[in-house]
Design a protein around this ligand. Structure first.
Ligand SMILES: Cc1cc2nc3c(=O)[nH]c(=O)nc-3n(C[C@H](O)[C@H](O)[C@H](O)COP(=O)(O)OP(=O)(O)OC[C@H]3O[C@@H](n4cnc5c(N)ncnc54)[C@H](O)[C@@H]3O)c2cc1C
Ligand SMILES: NC(=O)c1ccc[n+]([C@@H]2O[C@H](COP(=O)([O-])OP(=O)(O)OC[C@H]3O[C@@H](n4cnc5c(N)ncnc54)[C@H](O)[C@@H]3O)[C@@H](O)[C@H]2O)c1
Length: 495
């Protein structure tokens, strides 16, 4: 067998997280091999955030045009999917081709390998016949794939995952969606606004079940207003498929039929493919547990969805910054001896960038000093479901806070009772809900639902992240008449 090739770092999986880590370490002067078996960039640019938000932008334009009647005259709207599909194909995904991303990485000095990477003992990664020995570390950014429930009759049918839903060039007349989470709701509203008859089948008692119950109510009402049928507490028993129809059979003699079936029931990491046993890590876990600097075990870091800390691009990017800072910090310290001045100066130079990232997290100390690598802190994790109205949330929900035994105070206000919400008009509106730790006098969670719910959320994220005292938040000046001014009413309602 050929000798392993010595490199500084191997990054396996170049999704959002892996691409960021690999590119920045290569820019810093380390020899980096980036391994990707599919498209560099991963789910987000090709089948996730970006194309889905292009769809949402288009669907919201239709909805806004339909609001002209009764508000500003009359408008006739004719929906056409062709420009949406074209924009996704040409502007977002380059027809699902990653040449630009590969060039971006190699342009930074990285070495790209198309293939599946697998650990092959401590410090080693195998890609086909090639084996690399990584002297600075290995980073796993292998993400997740759709988790498909073992429903009788489903396997073997041409059901859609998010991939087919994003790639669709011609819309079906009717669509069943199994799963009323973030993906299910965003796509249900898009397709309904383009004239598809959509039915969402959700197993639990409400859609968006991880968020506040009030969020679920507003989101469900908004989708129903767009013509989406929503069925909750659906216990699916079997799926049938013939030439042009899917039928879902559920408990209680319920059945649902449509031309296409989209399954969006969460995601799953595939740890069994990574050779984790060769480094003594349990591959039967659901996700890859990491510490607050993303260490899996000695010399191995993980980044992004595979860590199970929240399946969001902003989490992958946040974690990537920490990994980059940590790898460079260790490399700099390892190279700090008198016999390694050349490498030390390259790596030391890169610490400027790394510490700038640390600085933006507010957790780093003086540039370049040992032990200044920021640590991950998910207290103020923001998330936005881009339905219309948008559902933004940060930190704990009321229920999570109560389950932790916190002395909870809750404040709530309907957006329609604020001046801007009233001017804006329209149902189902939105609200602000704030969750405070009464003993500490700070917010520990908040929800912002409304036409700009995701943007309004930013103020609440700062409040939770920086633990700004509620007394100070109450006495800020909130511009009139903004949507975010409703935050003050919610704070005044805390009890
Ligand atoms: C429809 C949809 C909409 C979304 N919208 C949003 C949004 O609006 N905002 C948001 O923050 N997040 C959104 N997300 C989530 C976001 O896409 C993910 O959080 C993000 O892509 C995670 O990045 P990652 O790098 O961890 O993993 P991924 O993007 O999954 O990338 C992992 C990569 O690793 C590769 N890989 C896996 N195993 C190997 C191996 N052994 N060898 C080589 N390569 C391997 C895969 O091919 C893949 O390219 C959305 C997701 C979906 C599906
Ligand atoms: N705007 C965003 O940031 C955004 C958008 C889309 C996706 N995402 C990320 O992608 C991840 C995956 O999204 P998702 O919507 O697939 O997962 P999810 O976990 O958000 O929702 C899955 C839903 O499917 C339901 N479900 C599971 N099994 C079922 C069954 N057999 N029958 C009926 N319903 C069933 C669950 O109860 C849940 O409500 C999310 O967790 C999120 O982090 C983010």
């Amino acid at each position: 067998m050929a000798e392993p090739e010595l490199v500084d770092v191997v990054v396996v999986g170049l999704g959002v997280g892996g691409e960021e880590v690999a590119g920045r370490l290569a820019e810093a002067g380390l020899s980096v091999v980036g391994v990707e078996r599919d498209l560099v960039g991963g789910e987000c640019p090709y089948w996730g955030c970006i194309p889905s938000k292009m769809m949402i932008r288009a669907a919201n334009a239709l909805a806004e045009a339909r609001r002209v009647d009764g508000l500003a005259g009359s408008a006739q709207v004719r929906a056409d999917w062709a420009p949406v599909a074209k924009r996704i194909r040409e502007e977002a995904t380059d027809t699902w081709n990653d040449r630009a991303a590969v060039d971006r990485f190699t342009g930074k000095g990285g070495r790209f390998l198309r293939g599946s990477g697998r650990l092959d003992g401590p410090g080693r990664v195998r890609v086909g016949d090639q084996v690399f020995q990584a002297r600075r570390g290995i980073v796993l950014g292998t993400g997740t794939r759709p988790s498909i429930p073992p429903i009788e009759g489903l396997a073997g049918t041409p059901y859609w995952t998010n991939h087919q839903a994003i790639e669709v060039a011609e819309l079906p007349a009717t669509l069943l969606i199994i799963g009323g989470g973030a993906i299910g709701l965003e796509l249900a509203q898009v397709f309904a606004r383009f004239g598809v008859g959509v039915t969402v089948l959700e197993a639990s008692g409400r859609v968006l079940a991880l968020e506040e119950p009030e969020s679920s109510e507003v989101a469900a009402a908004a989708l129903r207003a767009d013509g989406v049928e929503i069925a909750t507490e659906v216990k699916i028993e079997r799926v049938g498929h013939d030439d042009d129809t899917f039928t879902v059979y559920a408990a209680g003699d319920r059945s649902f039929s449509a031309e296409k079936l989209l399954v969006v029931t969460g995601r799953r990491a595939h740890l069994d493919e990574l050779g984790l046993d060769t480094v003594g890590v349990d591959a039967t876990q659901r996700y890859l547990p990491v510490d607050d600097r993303m260490h899996v075990t000695d010399g191995i870091w993980a980044v992004g969805d595979v860590t199970g800390e929240g399946a969001f691009t902003h989490i992958a990017m946040y974690q990537a910054s920490i990994v980059v800072a940590d790898v460079l910090d260790r490399a700099r310290r390892a190279e700090g001896g008198p016999d390694a001045s050349g490498t030390a100066s390259v790596v030391g130079g890169a610490m400027g960038a790394a510490s700038a990232v640390g600085g933006s997290m507010g957790a780093a100390g003086p540039s370049g000093a040992a032990g200044t690598v920021p640590r991950a802190d998910y207290r103020a994790l923001p998330r936005v479901t881009f339905t219309d109205p948008e559902v933004g949330a940060v930190g704990l929900t009321e229920r999570q806070a109560r389950e932790r035994g916190i002395n909870v105070q809750v404040g709530f206000t309907e957006l329609s009772s604020s001046t801007r919400g009233w001017i804006h008009g329209g149902e189902p509106g939105g609200f602000i809900k704030v969750i405070a730790d009464a003993d500490q006098g700070v917010l520990i969670g908040a929800t912002s639902v409304g036409p700009a719910g995701g943007e309004v959320l930013s103020a609440l994220v700062v409040a939770v992240h920086a633990a700004v005292p509620v007394s100070q938040l109450r006495h800020m000046i909130y511009a009139y008449p903004t949507f975010h001014r409703a935050i003050q009413s919610a704070l005044n309602d805390l009890s």
